[in-house]
Design a protein around this ligand. Structure first.
Ligand code: ATP
Ligand code: MG
Length: 477
């Protein structure tokens, strides 16, 4: 790791971040820390995005206050994570994450793993005695001079919870552009890692040796692609060469984390591009070995193009400001693959619903060693596919049951995509949307269809004169 880098301070007059661009809650947190004599910096994606003139997704704060001090300072504070404690300061519509300077490894990553393991309420319930113990432990380790990080034999960071200096906190971060501090006390930017230069040149570069940094945490390879795609940056050549060399080690990261990062990657609005990048630089195959093998086999002499089309459609939706849920993304991306599996189970004699259930279960089983899709997501994927059969039947009495299903909105989106792929003579999706409108009007009140975008949106689009409940004619074949 390059620790010899000069610290550079960029005064307020020489950069573009002004307080008015920050979230007011973030500013409140920074000032309060400052008032109480603590160091308080804005850090990470917030600083990076503001410098690039983009709207940040969230505002992360780092400080030298310990989690327990934070808890005392902010009434609306919850400590999350057991080993890696982070403070979440809750506001009406926003959470500001505050971390204590750490000497190594990543707080966000640790929080994610912890959050997966421990619901916040439980983390809250850590006893005072345990907190004291932790605190004592930390103080002890703070003065410990040997390397405090726990690494596996092959160099992967297993855990760390050691507080450090601002500089140590900067150099443990992933990429130079993600390690800039905005200092609330004089509005300057503090750059320990050459991040300003890389930001100007549009480069994603690991802090320190990329071979070491990707070995410590293979998820950083996916993150490199995400930031390059998202910001339109290039990956610095040594960093890129390290990804090519180490892509096969990606599955050393835990499957729940890989799921989260892959999801972020594909739902960023440039999913198709990132999918191509990942296939090109070798990251896709180790993440989805079965699916990748299937993709490499042509279908009737043609390569599988539906994945690209599905991801383009997702990008298009996101570009128009329409949300795409995780289950819909998965159903769309793996749709053709899943349909083939369903067909195989049908041939083996299973009825349609059971065949879909079996196909989704088999798919989840294949994926689980690398990418762990949560069960609740899989249930919706199954429902999206099952509803496709249901859409072909004219609803009888239980039509309302169909549109009130939580996955109805996603299922209708899936159908829309399929109709885009192979335009039908008469659109089944239009028919269902009309049916929803009629049902709503017949009721005179919104149908409680959680997640059913169509059910909520449709009445605005069309007002019908007829008030009586009537079926909208037979569904097209
Ligand atoms: P986004 O805009 O997508 O939220 P971000 O840069 O804020 O991007 P986060 O995942 O929210 O990314 O993480 C916040 C910060 O924590 C990063 O900017 C980086 O400094 C640090 N970080 C996150 N993950 C890692 C990691 N795996 N290794 C090292 N540092 C990390
Ligand atoms: Mg962030």
């Amino acid at each position: 790791m390059n620790t010899n880098m000069e610290k550079v301070i960029i005064p307020r007059a020489e950069h573009s971040i002004s307080r008015s661009l920050l979230s007011p809650n973030g500013v409140k947190v920074l000032y309060k820390l400052r008032e109480h004599g603590f160091i308080a910096y804005l850090v990470g994606g917030g600083v990076r995005d503001l410098l690039l003139g983009r709207e940040p997704k969230d505002f992360d704060v780092v400080t030298d206050a310990t989690p327990n001090q934070l808890k005392k300072l902010f009434r609306n504070c919850r400590l999350i994570g057991r080993r890696f404690r982070l403070a979440h300061i809750h506001f009406h519509d926003e959470i500001i994450e505050v971390a204590t300077f750490r000497s190594t490894v990543d707080a966000a990553e640790a929080a994610l793993e912890e959050a997966a393991e421990t619901p916040p309420e439980e983390a809250e319930a850590v006893s005072e005695a345990e907190q004291l113990e932790n605190e004592r432990d930390r103080r002890k380790r703070r003065h410990h001079h040997g390397p405090p990080i726990l690494k596996s034999e092959d160099g992967m960071v297993l855990r760390d919870n050691v507080f450090g200096t601002p500089e140590e906190d900067a150099i443990r971060r992933d990429f130079t552009v993600n390690a800039l501090f905005y200092n609330i006390s004089d509005f300057s930017i503090i750059d320990h890692v050459g991040g300003m230069e890389d930001l100007k040149n549009g480069l994603i570069r690991t802090i320190g040796d990329p071979m070491v940094r990707f070995t410590e945490d293979p998820v950083r390879m996916i993150r490199a692609i995400r930031f390059a795609s998202m910001l339109g940056f290039n990956i610095e050549p040594r960093t890129e060469a390290a990804i090519e060399a180490l892509c096969g080690t990606i599955n050393k990261a835990t499957p729940p984390r890989l799921y989260e990062e892959v999801l972020k990657l594909l739902l960023m609005g440039a999913g198709e591009r990132t999918y191509q990048m990942m296939r090109h630089n070798g990251l896709f195959e180790p993440l989805f070995p079965h699916f990748d093998a299937w993709l490499s086999r042509e279908s009737d002499g043609y390569p599988h193009v539906r994945v690209s089309k599905a991801l383009e459609w997702v990008d298009d939706q996101l570009g128009q400001g329409m949300p795409v849920s995780a289950p819909l993304l998965i159903a769309l991306m793996f749709g053709e693959y899943l349909e083939e599996k369903v067909a195989a189970f049908r041939e083996a004699g299973l009825p349609p619903q059971q065949a879909t259930d079996a196909a989704v279960a088999a798919f989840a089983g294949e994926l689980s060693p690398t990418v762990a899709v949560p069960n609740r997501v899989l249930v919706t994927v199954r429902d999206i596919l099952n509803l496709q059969h249901r859409f072909h039947k004219t609803p009888g009495r239980n039509g309302r049951g169909v549109i009130a299903r939580p996955s109805f909105g996603d299922a209708l989106q899936y159908l829309r995509f399929m109709e885009r792929l192979t335009p039908p003579k008469r659109s089944l999706a239009d028919w269902w949307e009309r049916y929803v409108v009629q049902q709503l009007e017949a009721q005179g009140a919104p149908i409680e269809a959680a997640g059913s975008e169509a059910a909520v949106e449709a009445p605005k689009k069309k007002r019908r004169r007829r008030r009586r409940r009537k079926k909208p004619g037979p569904a097209p074949e």
